[in-house]
Design a protein around this ligand. Sequence first.
Ligand code: UD1
Ligand code: CA
Length: 460
Amino acid sequence: MNSTSYVLAIILAAGEGKRMYSKKPKVLHEICGKAMIEYVVDCARKAGVSETVVVVGHGASEVKAKLDNVKFAYQEQQLGTGHAVMQADNFITSGLVLVLYGDTPLLNPETIREMYKFHQEGGFHATILTAEVDNPFSYGRIIRDASDNVVAIVEEKDADSEQRKIKEINSGIYLFDGKFLKKALKELKNDNNQNEYYLTDVIKIFNDNKLKVGAYKINDIEEIMGVNNRLQLSQAASIMSNRILEKHMLNGVTIIDPSNTYIDEGVTIDRDVTILPGSIIKGSTYIEEDAVIGPYTTISDSHIGKGVEVKNSVVLESSIGEGTTIGPFAYLRPGNSIGKYAKVGDFVEMKNSNFGDYSKASHLAYIGDGDVGKGVNLGCGVIFVNYDGKKKHRTKVEDNSFVGCNVNLVAPVVVGKNSYIAAGTTVTRNVPDESLAIGRARQENIEGWVRRKGLLKEEE
Ligand code: UD1
Ligand code: CA
């Protein structure tokens, strides 16, 4: 749209969405990590509207909590789409009004912009977004006169058998001149089969008042698909998912098996990243160039540095520095900051920890609430004993220390830099820099014991 004209978007989102069979308001159901209503609000914003009002009703407080930078109107009882728009009457000026639904997440801003152009160039007072469909059942039908002008919309439930044959349907998306919409809303009645105030009746009122109504017909009916149940939710999600994957591939990301890769809408991926099958990348994750993700990896709300490899692992709310390798089978719980060229190998669990550049935990370790410096080696079976049954404590392992296999570090404790901890040691006291800590029972060998006990196996 252009900067000179004021456009108010009114998004209808008061309905319950009964067929979702859900505690959650329908428009808050997510596709690709984002609520349906957020897609619609973003679409309006990207199309260039001046202001957005969301009409809320069912689950109003939850819907309100989800959205920023929009205004709200409240519809206590759902008495129809016309009634819903009436609730936003205070916001309507003489500028343009764009009506959208909160449950059509696939709409593209370009379509709105083209519809706007069509509206302006045609000098219309109202424009309906329409489409020809093979099965128009349940939709409002576009009624045209002999000279092809749009004169009304008739709802399925009010249509006669001839009208039901019409294949051009109302998407429910409209542009109106605010001044005339405001007037028409006052004239709406609910004398129809559903006893509802239909927004669609505004079209007939416009026509009766000799105002010009246009229909902007689109071919891609996917865009106006409304989500009413969980089946349609999954269909919409799969369409959205394909759009997201295509965008990344066209931007230079290699995705080996798109049908087996899931990327949320809010994810950013640099070029030359490779994503192997079975990867799920969620939230606000950012992946830098040359990283290799997967196979079978879940990453959520994390920052993955340049050239990092993450194999068969789960990474949550963590950041990983350039050149580091993760997995296979590592579990990074929230709150880790891992440095560059480090290694977190198989069966390593880490949470709420810092792990320095060039440090390694190659296998079988638990690093909880740790501060591990640079160049540290944590051997197989090292456990950060962070929990005393009541509280969590931190363990610090300073630069270039070597922690042997099966060491327990009982927090709070500090291992100074350049130290060694002997395998099997349970560390309960701080270890000074450049020291060896060893704490385990001394080994005894009892010679000849097996033969004396008669346990020796017969030699063949
Ligand atoms: C509406 C149109 C129909 C169109 C179809 C496209 C009317 C009368 N009919 O029918 O011509 O083909 O959309 O999908 O407008 N809502 C409210 N408050 C209400 C009623 C509805 O906020 O009182 C919201 C709903 O939450 C939903 C949207 O408006 O997001 C559409 O309502 P719905 O009842 O689904 O309209 P349809 O009967 O499908
Ligand atoms: Ca509907």
